[in-house]
Structures are given as structure tokens and as C-alpha cells.
Design a protein around this ligand. Structure first.
Ligand code: PH2
Ligand code: MG
Ligand code: MG
Length: 165
């Protein structure tokens, strides 16, 4: 099982999430989608004011026959197909698709870190993950399940009414 985090704060955010999920269904089987959440952009203090645009975030899980690196290449191609351009780090984007976790896999390489390096610090990643894989356990940690970690987390996420399945 692989769990992806999707985020968008530029363009038609809902339409982009719908298109992304449709395309992910061609890459993954048994796809399950979390609710969609809205939150202010988490930004470095030095970020330009006009980067402060609210995000929609969700998580998607599925079964993959790709290696994690091959899957990363596929989702990066999908980001480009959905209109993402190379802009500055943290700048607004039509779509960001990150590998949040792959079962109990741990990868620490320059091009890929799994679980995602900020997963436990970011409500917009951990909370939707916990919605769809509540029993997921961070590999190599103290064994707390995702739903326990998510409940303990301070969060400004707002759950939207959008249904993407
Ligand atoms: N992604 C970022 C930077 N800041 N803020 C929110 N709310 N949601 C995101 O997905 C997000 C962010 C870089 O990937
Ligand atoms: Mg990314
Ligand atoms: Mg990201």
C-alpha cells in the first residue's frame, strides 16, 4: 500500500484534485480517497505576501506495482501534466503530490524520503492520512497509530464538503 498526499493552492483547486485522482486511478489499484481539507498555506516567514493562498489537501491510498522511485517519477510526470511548473520552493502550485508512506518502508535518499520528512509535523498531511489508514504505524518509531498521532495534533484544518472518490 502506498499513501500519497495531494495539495493545491493555485488555479481551479477542486477540478485539479478531481483530475489528479482520476489519473492516479490509472497508476494504482484499490484507490481510496480521504476527505478534502482547507488550510492556510504553511510558509517560511520570508515568503512573499502573495504566496499566502489557501490550500486544499487530501490523501489517497492505493496498491502499487511500482518501486517507490518509479512511482515518484510517475507522480512527477502527473504534476507536470496537471500544469505544475518549476517555480520557487514553497511557491503556489497547481498540484503537489508527495509520497507520504509506503507500508513500513523507510527510504532516506537525496531524491526521496519515505515516510515524508515532515509527515508528523503537518496536520494537512497526517490528518487525511489518518482518515484513510487509521492503523498505520510510523516505521521505526514508538508504535503509535496514525489516528492517535492525528488526534493529539493541534490543527487549523477545515474539512470541506467536497467528495472526491
Ligand atoms: N505544502 C507546502 C507548503 N505549505 N501549506 C498547506 N496548508 N498545505 C500544503 O500542502 C502545503 C503548505 C509545500 O509542499
Ligand atoms: Mg512535492
Ligand atoms: Mg509537499
Amino acid at each position: 500500500m502506498v499513501i500519497l498526499g495531494l495539495g493545491t493552492n493555485l488555479g481551479d483547486r477542486e477540478q485539479t484534485l478531481r483530475q489528479a485522482v482520476l489519473e492516479l486511478k490509472a497508476l494504482l489499484s484499490q484507490v481510496i480517497c480521504s476527505p478534502v481539507y482547507e488550510s492556510p498555506a504553511l510558509l517560511p516567514e520570508t515568503a512573499p505576501k502573495d504566496w499566502d493562498m489557501p490550500f486544499l489537501n487530501m490523501a489517497v491510498r492505493g496498491e502499487s506495482t511500482f518501486t517507490p522511485k518509479a512511482l515518484l517519477a510517475e507522480i512527477q510526470a502527473l504534476e507536470r501534466k496537471l500544469g505544475r511548473e518549476k517555480r520557487g520552493h514553497w511557491s503556489p502550485r497547481e498540484i503537489d503530490i508527495d509520497i507520504l508512506a509506503c507500508d513500513g518502508v523507510i527510504i532516506n535518499e537525496p531524491t526521496l524520503t519515505v515516510p515524508h520528512q515532515a509527515l508528523l509535523k503537518r496536520d494537512f498531511a497526517l490528518i487525511p492520512l489518518a482518515d484513510i489508514v487509521p492503523e498505520w504505524v510510523y516505521p521505526g518509531r514508538d508504535g503509535k497509530m496514525a489516528h492517535e498521532l492525528a488526534t493529539q495534533m493541534a490543527s487549523q484544518l477545515k474539512r470541506t464538503d467536497l467528495v472526491i472518490a
